[in-house]
Design a protein around this ligand. Structure first.
Ligand code: APR
Length: 265
């Protein structure tokens, strides 16, 4: 394995990568839980930790869902005004392109080594990189979702002249697909996540602090059912203690290295 990144020169990282590759070779249904750390190398700040969104711009309000259910037209007016005004975070997402980590995950899916990705990211970069079997548990910022029937549509195709916009399928209210604090996780996404956690014979956590629920439940559920856990993160997380393999390297470095190892017959 050529050390193209200082992290790969670390014998402990190289050893962990080889252990992870061996587990992935034996796995028939590997599932990954992904967090903001995967998109960090695409220029999108993570939420927690030094220099994170919360440190720089403060914690998000937790009454967004309440406002939406109370006055959806007003919620939409504020959301559009916020988007029009722009913010460093939304501009970073708008500018972002997939990095080597996103492409490596798409490659692992293509190679039949990764059965499903549960992402907490709202940036759509998995889809842009070519991943197909992805559940966006916290939604997608480029989509709207009907809060009645759950139908999703691309935001750019929705007429916002009359607010709140409504669903052409059932007449229900559309909101942005991003799940707000206090808002229930959409049933279809939640059911798929539990299905995948129960089906997993190997579970990877990639770039997540694993402190937000129910997302942080899935690796624990899979572990309890006997699936080994692989953690890819430059720092310790809430799951380090129960992880079988820990790869202390950036995702954009570790994931392509895993693909390289798995390409060796
Ligand atoms: N590669 C891999 N991991 C990285 C990298 C990198 N290049 N850079 C940072 N990390 C790790 C950090 O060490 C941290 O553990 O990514 C993690 C990011 O953690 P959080 O900021 O807490 O993000 P996340 O786990 O995705 O948060 C979950 O919380 O705020 C809500 O809805 C939001 O989806 C989000 C959820």
């Amino acid at each position: 394995m050529t050390a193209t990144h200082p992290a790969l020169a670390d014998p402990a990282v190289e050893h962990a990568l080889r252990q992870a590759a061996a587990l992935m070779r034996r796995s028939l249904h590997a599932v990954a839980l992904v967090g903001a750390g995967l998109s960090a190398e695409s220029g999108i700040p993570t939420y927690r930790g030094a220099g994170g969104v919360y440190e720089r711009f403060g914690e998000p309000t937790i009454d967004g869902w309440e406002l939406f259910t109370h006055d959806p037209a007003e919620w939409w007016r504020q959301a559009i005004a916020h988007e029009t005004a722009g913010s460093p975070f939304s501009e970073a997402i708008e500018r972002a392109a997939p990095n080597a980590g996103h492409y490596a995950m798409a490659d692992l899916e293509q190679m039949g080594r990764l059965a499903h990705v549960i992402t907490q990211n709202i940036d759509n970069l998995h889809a842009v990189a070519g991943s197909r079997r992805v559940t966006e548990i916290h939604g997608n910022r480029y989509k709207v979702r009907c809060i009645e029937c759950g139908a999703r549509e691309r935001l750019e195709t929705v007429n916002l002249d009359r607010l709140p916009p409504s669903c052409p399928v059932c007449g229900g209210l559309y909101k942005n697909d991003v799940v707000m604090f206090g808002e229930p996780i959409p049933r279809d996404a939640l059911e798929e996540c539990y299905r995948q956690a129960l089906a997993a014979d190997l579970f990877l956590t990639v770039g997540t602090s694993a402190v937000v629920y129910p997302a942080a439940d899935f690796p624990v559920l899979a572990k309890r059912r006997g699936a080994p856990l692989i953690e890819i993160n430059p720092e310790e997380t809430a799951l380090t203690e129960i992880s079988d393999v820990v790869i202390r390297a950036p995702a954009g470095v570790a994931l392509p290295a895993l693909v390289d190892l798995l390409l060796v017959p």
